[in-house]
Design a protein around this ligand. Structure first.
Ligand code: 1GP
Length: 244
């Protein structure tokens, strides 16, 4: 399988901005509103789709609609093994390396791998790390793992390095959707210093200043989700902040 999306990430030569869509929080109308906003900026590089717990059966419909409404690549950010679709451009093959839950480290991957292969989806092996963001999040509960404390940059850096040494292609550091505090510059900087694979940062980023701080600290890719569920018009403001 060609690594088209991963090549775009590593060859971009700039920081990248991602919009995360939780299919449970959207319907056709709100997706169209959001894609209208995406047309006002060329600075959204990828759309991530997924959620820790989906109660609606619209995951694939949302991806199909996004593909119809925009040219921006759609990458699955799966919360579980049910979130696989050949309609997407790629899938983050996530291993939750900050936790010690065997299903999240390898068990679910064994279940998903043949399905992903049959769907001919590009897989991007990603070390997924939860960092405490000031409150318990859905991903923390659903994954049955403890996030890395926000005052332990050494643990975060060693974990990311281990992910890289295991052959992972990217590290995604997440404070969890709706976190009170985004990941601090200190932790982002410590992890960035330790690895030379792309670093994704997300969770609790609600203003332009936090986008720019994450970039300056060393994030290669910044993800924002929650904010756009209420305020799709903020897409341009947040994406533009990547430049400052
Ligand atoms: C969550 O990193 C993403 O997994 C985005 O977080 O929804 O808080 O922006 P928000």
């Amino acid at each position: 399988m060609k690594q088209t999306i991963y090549s775009k990430i590593t060859g971009a030569g700039k920081k990248l901005f991602c919009v995360l869509i939780d299919p449970d929080k959207h319907q056709s109308d709100s997706i169209r509103q959001l894609t209208q906003q995406l047309k006002h900026t060329s600075l959204v590089d990828f759309i991530l789709v997924g959620g820790s717990l989906l109660r609606k059966n619209n995951f694939e419909n949302i991806i199909t609609l996004l593909k119809a409404e925009t040219d921006i690549p759609v990458v699955i950010f799966p919360g579980n093994t049910m979130q696989i679709s050949s309609k997407a451009d790629a899938i983050l093959f996530l291993s939750l390396i900050s936790g010690r839950n065997a299903d999240m480290l390898i068990g679910n991957h064994v279940i998903a791998a043949p399905i992903i292969k049959e769907a001919a989806l590009e897989t991007i092996s990603t070390g997924y790390m939860l960092i405490d963001g000031g409150r318990s999040t859905t991903v923390q509960y659903m994954s049955n793992t403890i996030p890395i404390p926000s005052n332990k940059p050494d643990i975060a850096a060693a974990t990311a390095l281990a992910g890289q040494m295991l052959g992972m292609q990217m590290i995604y550091m997440d404070a969890g959707s709706g976190a009170i505090q985004p990941i601090s510059s200190g932790i982002i900087g410590a992890v960035k210093q330790e690895i030379n694979i792309p670093l994704i940062v997300g969770g609790g980023i609600k203003d332009a200043k936090s986008v720019s701080l994450a970039c300056k600290a060393g994030a290669d890719i910044v993800v924002v989700g929650n904010l756009f569920e209420e305020k799709p018009e903020m897409v341009r403001v947040m994406a533009d902040a990547m430049l400052y």
